[in-house]
Design a protein around this ligand. Structure first.
Ligand code: F6P
Length: 469
């Protein structure tokens, strides 16, 4: 493979390798917002994408998929357990999401994290051309920027952090807090979702490393005593709006939306939740609030249905196993107490769906519930807004999502405040068409004017300014 001028490094490749029951190999789009956001940009550049194919103990040669050059990084089964399920998803993930679940600190996990980060850095360095650019993504790879810089000082390095960065009082718990800050500061530009994340990061840099910080600029002290400037600021990520708008106009997708409504008994209002099954998403809080509204008679099962899509995620991490049990118990209790033969309170789907079906669901839904306890951005909120060309529909949005900084005309909620969530659901269910339209118009303007192209262009522009060629 020829050296690439532009290399993306992310934990996952855009596709996961899957094996069927007879051993046949197939490819499936990887979960999560990161891949959805980066894929469109990568189709338009002559670059390469370094990442894991989602299966342990599988060595693979670089290959092309959907017009993108993919460079697989292998992980052993123990590395999947210690680096991915362990340090990334049971240490950093809960710590960076405000300790909603208790983070586990294990030295062997840290060792595996360092080893695997080095492997990703070496793969990126082998792929990138002289004076090229490496763009590293997310919390699984926080050490890669510094490792790339040490191996290849000619390369321009960007890092984008897709999840929140915690306040210093929490960040300070991390036994490897200084190493992680130095790892990130290997980048020329360190991007965050919210201004608040960048502020927290800069505070940690000032307090832990004592580097000079002026505005978004950090004076990084290198091991040889030299200094250089790194920039840390917010670049709120977005979606590729065009496919959502196009799908929402397609007659077959509209027909599918009508079919979904009919199959639920044509309730007056359909509420929708779409999340990876993750404790950060506030699914339990949403279901609790909705269940109480039904129990109190403020909502009637004949009039409303909540469709909750909870796509399977990180199923071998204990906190996720427990969460699934809790949610499924809560759903079956509410359904058992309230369902009739013709109407169900909650249609719960522990499955992932292709984009067509998601857009049909968005079109079918009168109210979109995004009640995350903490979320870097939440692209589902933006997807819903992008599909609502008729300016109908209401977005209920947690103030603890990155999206809340931008989507000011949503009905805002504090998901911890169950009475507040109940009132927000009622406000949404009862909102007049003219009020829906006034709010949705403004939300759509914001999302359509700030799509994923605008996000990647602004990040790459900042990178070019710090490291001009
Ligand atoms: O967007 C946050 C994120 O954690 C990505 O980094 C990740 O790829 C995605 O969600 C899905 O999670 P996972 O890769 O662990 O299945």
């Amino acid at each position: 493979m020829v050296a690439a001028d532009f290399v993306v490094v992310a934990n996952r490749l855009p596709v996961d390798r899957v094996e069927g029951p007879d051993g046949e190999v197939g490819w499936r789009t990887s979960p999560g917002g990161l891949v959805a956001a980066l894929e469109p940009m990568m189709r338009n550049v002559n670059g390469a994408w370094v990442g894991w194919a989602g299966q342990a103990d599988t060595e693979m040669e670089p290959f092309e998929n959907g017009g993108i050059n993919l460079i697989p990084v292998p992980l052993s089964a123990s590395e999947v357990a210690e680096y991915y399920e362990g340090f990334a998803n049971d240490t950093i993930w809960p710590l960076y999401h405000d300790v909603i679940a208790p983070p586990q600190y294990h030295r062997e996990w840290w060792d595996a994290y360092e080893t695997v980060n080095r492997r990703f850095a070496e793969a990126a360095v082998a792929a990138v051309a002289q004076d090229g650019t490496v763009w590293v993504h997310d919390y699984q790879l926080q050490l890669v920027p510094q490792m790339v810089r040490e191996l290849r000082p000619d390369v321009t390095i960007g890092y984008f952090h897709h999840i929140p960065f915690p306040a210093h009082g929490l960040y300070a718990q991390l036994p490897w807090r200084d190493q992680v800050l130095r790892g990130l500061l290997g980048a020329d530009v360190i991007g965050f979702q919210r201004a608040q994340d960048a502020t927290y990061f800069l505070t940690a840099v000032r307090r832990r490393l004592r580097y000079e910080v002026k505005g978004a600029h950090v004076t990084v002290l290198e091991a040889d005593g030299s200094t250089r400037t790194a920039v840390a600021r917010a670049f709120p990520i977005s979606i590729d709006t065009a496919p959502y708008i196009e799908l929402a106009q397609r007659e077959d997708v509209k027909a599918r939306a009508a079919e979904i409504r009919a199959s639920l008994g044509n309730p007056a209002r359909i509420l929708l939740g779409v999340d990876r099954l993750d404790y950060t998403k506030g699914i339990r809080h949403r279901i609790k609030a909705y269940g109480e509204l039904l129990a109190e008679g403020r909502l009637k099962v004949e009039d409303v249905t909540l469709v909750q899509v909870a796509s399977p995620s990180r199923e071998r991490v204990d906190a996720y196993v427990h969460l699934r049990d809790e949610i499924e118990l809560a759903v079956s209790r509410i359904n058992g107490d309230t369902d009739t033969m013709g109407h169900t309170a909650i249609r719960y789907l522990h499955q992932g769906y292709p984009r067509e079906e998601m857009v049909a669901l968005y079109l079918a839904a009168d109210v979109m519930l995004v009640t995350a306890l903490r979320d870097g951005m939440n692209l589902v909120a933006k997807e819903y807004v992008a599909t609502r060309a008729d300016n109908r529909g209401v977005l209920v949005l947690s103030e603890f999502t990155g999206a809340a900084d931008e989507l000011r005309q949503a009905v805002r909620v504090n998901p911890h405040d169950i009475e507040g969530v109940k009132d927000a659901i009622m406000t949404a269910v009862e909102m007049s068409p003219s009020e829906q339209s006034r709010r949705m118009r403004s939300l759509r303007r914001r999302v359509l004017d700030n799509d994923v192209d605008a996000w990647s262009s602004s990040f790459l522009k900042a990178l070019a300014e710090v490291h001009p060629r």
